[in-house]
Write a protein that binds this ligand. Structure first.
Ligand SMILES: Nc1ncnc2c1ncn2[C@@H]1O[C@H](COP(=O)(O)OP(=O)(O)OP(=O)(O)O)[C@@H](O)[C@H]1O
Length: 305
């Protein structure tokens, strides 16, 4: 697992304020976050042997994040950068919607992350999966993916936040995970096209460039394109309290099952169950469910189907 680690400050409010508007918060909390760390915690909680590679500052927040990884049973390949530990400010509205501002700090230190990844990947081999996102410099991700592929490992990119990627860059990706907006962006489709047909068309364009594409559709579930087939996996019907880290939990849980040898047809429902549990709780990394909870939800659906 390679990516960002942040100290998150999360504030609850009736609704996300508009430009120039001030509103009163109904609560505030802080805790670990960052797409990379969230995904690493989700993978470990869902049963995978997990190493996290990233960078933090030489500060209290960095030490706290190291402690969180150790507590979660994640091996911490954390480089200590001269930049401060990354920070995110998360606004969560009563309807579960969120808006996030990230200060990258140490997560922008590509050289530190690349060096750390090189040593973590030295022992990687076939059967291992390397999952990354784009909250750290792209060069660090691409260089880790190159060495992962040289060693026969499988690469998974959660292309979030979205940015353009060339065919050569996508050629390093075995499995691409995007949400609807990232799917449209990456395929070069107009952003106003969010919704069924436009997203499905964009996903098909991406599937011609990457072998396997998974598009997460929020409460509508996920669309999987692999080996020329498109399959829609429904979400679990739950009431969302806070969707922060839903995508991260989905990615971490998906990779955990792929690493265990599951086919996509089993790994995606598992990831959807993990994400459905996550959206019913507040927080980022803290809201990732454990293996027994995910299995219980999957089994309850099997009974009711
Ligand atoms: N309201 C919901 N009810 C049930 N499952 C949900 C809900 N919202 C999200 N999910 C699950 O989480 C997965 C990821 O959600 P989404 O597509 O919103 O990702 P995202 O935009 O990356 O999320 P975020 O940025 O909030 O972490 C979905 O595929 C679905 O399985």
């Amino acid at each position: 697992m390679l990516g960002s680690a942040n100290h998150d400050t999360s504030v609850s409010m009736p609704r996300i304020p508009g430009p120039g508007e001030t509103i009163l918060a109904t609560g505030a909390a802080s805790g670990p976050g960052g797409k990379g760390l969230n995904q690493a915690v989700a993978a470990a909680r869902s049963g995978a042997s997990t190493t996290f590679v990233g960078a933090v500052g030489d500060d209290e927040a960095g030490e706290r994040l190291r402690g969180v990884l150790i507590e979660e049973g994640v091996r911490a390949g954390l480089s200590v950068s001269e930049r401060p530990t990354g920070t995110a400010f998360v606004m969560v509205a009563d309807d579960g919607e969120n808006a996030i501002v990230v200060v990258a700090g140490a997560n922008g230190d590509g050289a530190a992350i690349t060096a750390e990844a090189a040593s973590a990947l030295a022992s990687a081999g076939s059967g291992d999966l390397v999952l990354a996102q784009l909250e750290v410099p792209l060069d660090a991700v691409l260089s880790a993916f190159r060495s992962a592929k040289e060693r026969g490992a499988t690469t998974v990119l959660n292309a979030a936040p979205s940015r353009p990627l060339s065919d050569d860059q996508l050629a390093l990706v075995d499995v691409l995970i995007v949400n609807q907006h990232e799917c449209l962006d990456l395929a070069g489709a107009p952003v106003e096209g969010v919704g069924g047909a436009a997203v499905a068309d964009a996903a098909r364009l991406l599937a011609a460039r990457v072998g396997t594409v998974v598009v997460t559709l929020g409460s509508e579930g996920a669309l999987v394109l692999s080996a020329g087939e498109a399959t829609r996996i429904p979400a679990f019907p739950v009431t969302a309290v806070d969707t922060t880290a839903a995508g991260d939990t989905f990615c971490g849980a998906l990779v955990s099952r792929l690493a265990a040898g599951d086919p996509l047809a089993a790994a995606v429902p598992f990831a959807s169950a993990a994400a459905a549990l996550c959206v019913q709780r507040s927080g980022a990394a803290a809201s990732a469910p454990r293996l027994d909870e995910i299995m219980e939800l999957l089994e309850s659906r099997a009974w009711s189907a």
